[in-house]
Design a protein around this ligand. Structure first.
Ligand code: N01
Length: 535
């Protein structure tokens, strides 16, 4: 029963005002449906609203980290840099919300406290901490893959008297590190971006590293007019070509095996990829991600780059990863490694015991205390499932999503879960999501969901739900192909390995965007094969 006086009835409620939610609302409106977005944040932007730490930047090129659904929008927006910084991305999504007059249906500062399916009238009852609840036919979770912060439960953290920050919940006002002793825990993508920024200002920065990362040089640069004009004139063609690539990125890459060429030729090609910047290193050859020997050549290449950037052999050694390259998501940095040449930066490798405990004045590692004024946790996310598992979601027969997913997420196509009718997940686990360029991937899901809802309306169908067998087959297929890849072999957040107690299941679908798009389209053509359509 609802605690609040007001319950707003809707055709569709979208949870999350990031890129997925914003486009979903626009689409639903266009179909003449009553729809709203709720988001706990005080502004729109999803992950880009929260991750406003110094240095935050996207590792996908700006002109393709943008919506494609409106040609005029494509043509009018001017990106300023090759890789967009967080403020520019946030400005872009705010522009989109205004341009399509979406704000009047976005309810911010509203936390969804539960989502329960009422079988009697086939509605989702969504309660919030705000002044109103919702009763909605369709519930669409646009809660993001990397939105729930992973905050390790460090012993004694509450005793620490200094300032504590998490990269994914960064304050809105500028944080001044000048003259401070700062500790950063975490050297993934967020750590790699924030560490050089803090180093510029702090009196001293200690980086606490559990696992070193492979960091490719971004070679970010301002976008000149010629870049923009060329891309804008060819947007359609370029976007269509990107859709044919594994991850929906613009760089198609070289199909050759790194082992099919001499060591010298291989290095030259990797050097070309490195200089191209960004992910081009990984696409220098077609099999870096799935042939261990080819992977080793790319690893050696980056380890040499580290030694070149960091003359102190002991530090270079500590910075050199040993795991397979690309197994964890490769980071994109700007002069990351050379920051460790600075006199005010210390790299501390965490031993077996990790961070042993916090004291009032610092943290203890390998039995000794490092005193710090400020702690920055760049410890990542409870990826893909965290945002959903933190909301009580109960479907048919009152089964909870957490129970249904207790051995790892189970979905059909990453779009729906058996037992949860009319409940969609945009870029949910079981879809390519984080292994692809999120913007076109989000658009694909939004358009699939919109088409599905339209079909249900046209056909007078009350409910759609993933068929259990189809879901089981999809999960088995996803696991089977993931288990054959090198990505399966290391402790990454793709596997949930960064969160203690989380089931180790490879969560994104690793069959590539083209195969995935084909499957989603085939399902529709076959009358929503693998889904149960009721009533
Ligand atoms: O998080 P991460 P992230 N004690 O999980 C360490 C996207 N993103 O926020 O590797 C000590 O990658 C952890 O150590 P380990 C992108 O998809 C993109 O950096 O688990 N250390 C690791 O070093 C990315 O992949 C961009 O051993 C602990 C770090 O914290 C994803 O978000 C920018 C620890 C976490 O790294 C996540 O990136 C930012 C503990 N208890 C993010 N727990 C760009 O577009 C964790 N760590 C460029």
């Amino acid at each position: 029963m609802s605690r609040n006086q007001n319950t707003i009835s809707l055709d569709a409620l979208v949870v999350g005002a990031g890129f997925g939610g914003i486009y979903m609302l626009h689409k639903l409106r266009g179909m003449g449906l009553s729809a709203k977005i709720v988001d706990v944040a005080s502004g729109i932007g999803g992950t880009w609203f929260w991750n406003r730490y110094p240095g935050a930047r996207c590792d996908v090129e700006s002109m393709f980290y943008s919506y494609s659904f409106d040609e005029a929008l494509d043509q009018e927006w001017e990106w300023t840099e090759r890789y967009p910084a967080q403020p520019e991305i946030l400005k872009y999504i705010n522009h989109v919300a205004d341009r399509f007059d979406l704000r009047r249906d976005i309810q911010l500062k509203t936390h969804v406290t539960s989502t329960v399916y009422n079988e009697t009238d086939a509605t989702w009852q969504v309660t919030t901490n705000g002044n109103n609840d919702f009763s909605t036919r369709f519930c669409i979770m646009a809660t993001g893959c990397l939105s729930a912060a992973n905050t390790p439960d460090f012993e004694g953290l509450n005793d620490f008297t200094g300032r504590i920050f998490h990269t994914s919940k960064w304050p809105h006002s500028e944080v001044d590190f000048s003259g401070r002793h700062v500790g950063v825990i975490g050297t993934g993508s967020s750590g790699v971006q924030i560490i050089p920024e803090i180093a510029k200002r702090a009196a001293h920065l200690t980086v606490f590293q559990r696992t070193p990362s492979y960091v490719a040089e971004a070679f970010n640069r301002p976008l000149d007019a010629a870049d923009q004009i060329h891309t804008k004139a060819n947007y359609g063609k370029l976007r269509a070509a990107a859709k044919k690539t594994f991850g929906g990125f613009t760089v198609a890459g070289n199909e050759q095996s790194a082992m099919s060429v001499s060591e010298e030729e291989c290095r030259d090609k990797l050097e070309e990829g490195w200089k191209e910047g960004g992910n081009s290193l990984m696409t220098s050859f077609g099999d870096i991600a799935n042939n261990e020997k080819s992977n080793m050549r790319a690893q050696d290449f980056v380890r040499d780059k580290i030694r070149q950037a960091v003359p102190d052999a002991a530090t270079a050694e500590k910075l050199s990863p040993e795991h397979l390259i690309g197994c964890k998501r490769i980071c994109l940095g700007t002069n990351y490694y050379s920051v460790f040449n600075r006199g005010n930066v210390t790299l501390t490798s965490l031993g077996e015991k990790g961070v042993e405990k916090f004291t009032t004045t610092g943290l203890v590692t390998e039995g000794s205390e490092t005193k710090i004024d400020d702690l920055v946790m760049a410890t990542g996310f409870d990826a893909m499932t965290g945002a959903l598992s933190r909301i009580p979601i109960n479907g048919r027969d009152n089964i909870s999503l957490n129970k249904a997913w207790e051995a790892g997420p189970r979905t059909y196509l990453g779009l729906m879960t058996h037992g949860f009718p009319n409940f969609f997940t945009i870029t949910g686990p079981g879809s390519p999501s984080v292994l692809s360029n999120m913007l076109p991937t989000i658009e694909h899901h939004v358009e699939w969901i919109a088409e599905c809802i339209d079909y249900l309306q046209q056909q007078g169908i009350k409910e759609i739900e993933a068929d259990l067998q189809a879901q089981n087959d999809w999960v088995a297929h996803g696991n089977e192909i993931a288990s054959k890849t090198l990505r399966y072999s290391c402790s990454s957040w793709y596997l949930g390995a960064n969160v203690p107690g989380k089931p180790r299941v490879f969560m994104p679908y690793i069959g590539g965007m083209p195969a995935y798009r084909k499957k989603c389209a085939a399902v529709v053509t076959a009358g929503y094969e693998g889904f149960c359509l009721n009533g």
